[in-house]
Design a protein around this ligand. Structure first.
Ligand code: ADP
Ligand code: ZN
Length: 300
């Protein structure tokens, strides 16, 4: 029997990516379009899956910007909830997809989706507890505990942790509309841009600003490490295209922990403990396919 075929929707604040396939080596078709109002954007996704000619889909996975309601027992399961992206406030997303295409729908945060995709096919293979942190327009983290995406009360909001902010060295007040100088307010792409007065990708790799950004990210990673005891931390998102951040972050994580966590993962192998996504920039859409796979298995 042929492997079951899945649909995936990587729903970002600026663009949607929809794909049909079974995994990283078998994406049969993919489209991208800008995120506009909810109704026409969701309709475009539905039309893509209706018109694809690769076979019957067994499930669809949605890996979405948020905040979202990922609790299947909740009346607002599959909704985008209190998003700052106004037209999408309290929008049912999984519902219309399910009604139009009549297949099981898996739905989670973009970062839980990416964590699941990395666990299935990328840098998280053969591990149980991993973190996927994206450092982009916002900062968000997905957590897999024992191979399952963690939700808890709603879902983690790892970009909003508080970290030491030395205002003498870094007077930037922070850009988070809720907390000013939380991690996202200090180290996201827009925070970097606001501080420097130019786009992050035009800042030289040897600019001292990257030392400060690496320090903030390292503080947050140390917090996640002591709370969640992850076996690997995967760092993705546009800002992490600044590859020089990786060694800087690893060095600071080691020094902030100061020998307290006696694991070879940190003491001897930190290069393979804090890593870029194994799936590169395909982590998002493959995460959505992995969510579909999970939804199909759940329904069996
Ligand atoms: P999104 O978070 O919207 O899904 P990205 O992960 O690509 O998208 O993040 C976009 C953010 O990352 C923007 O703020 C952008 O300025 C920043 N960014 C993208 N590339 C780089 C780079 N090479 N260096 C620094 N910042 C970058
Ligand atoms: Zn915040």
């Amino acid at each position: 029997m042929a492997a079951p075929l899945y649909g995936g929707i990587e729903a970002g604040g600026t663009k949607f990516v929809c794909a049909v396939g079974t995994g990283p080596d078998d994406i049969r078709e993919e489209i991208r379009f800008p995120t506009t109002e909810p109704e026409p954007t969701i309709r475009k996704a539905i039309e893509f899956f209706r018109n694809q000619e690769h076979g019957q889909l067994s499930a669809i996975g949605i890996s979405s910007f948020g905040p979202v309601d990922p609790d299947p027992g909740s009346p607002t399961f599959g909704h985008i909830t209190t998003t700052p992206k106004k037209p999408w406030l309290h929008t049912d997303f999984a519902g219309p997809i399910h009604r139009a295409l009549a297949v099981p729908v898996g739905f989670d945060t973009d970062v839980n989706g990416a964590a699941l995709g990395e666990w299935r096919w990328g840098a998280g293979r053969s591990l149980n507890t991993i973190i996927y942190l994206t450092v982009g327009t916002g900062i968000g983290g997905g957590v897999l505990i024992d191979g399952r995406p963690h939700h808890g009360m709603i879902h983690p909001e790892m970009g909003h942790v508080r970290i030491p902010h030395d205002r003498t060295r870094d007077p930037f007040e922070g850009s988070c509309p809720f907390h000013k100088d939380c991690l996202e307010g200090l180290a996201s792409g827009p925070a970097i841009e606001a501080r420097a007065g130019r786009k992050g990708d035009s800042i030289e790799p040897d600019d001292p600003l990257w030392d400060i950004i690496a320090e903030y990210l390292a503080y947050s990673l140390v917090n996640y490490i002591v709370v969640l005891s992850p076996q690997r931390i995967i760092l993705g998102g546009g800002v992490m295209d600044q590859q020089q951040l990786f060694p800087k972050i690893r060095e600071r994580v080691g020094s902030f922990l100061n020998g307290y966590i006696q694991s070879p993962a940190i003491l001897d192998r930190i290069d393979s403990f804090i890593v870029p996504p194994g799936l590169g920039n395909r982590a998002g859409v493959l995460g959505a396919i992995a969510l579909a796979e999970e939804a199909a298995h759940r329904e069996q």
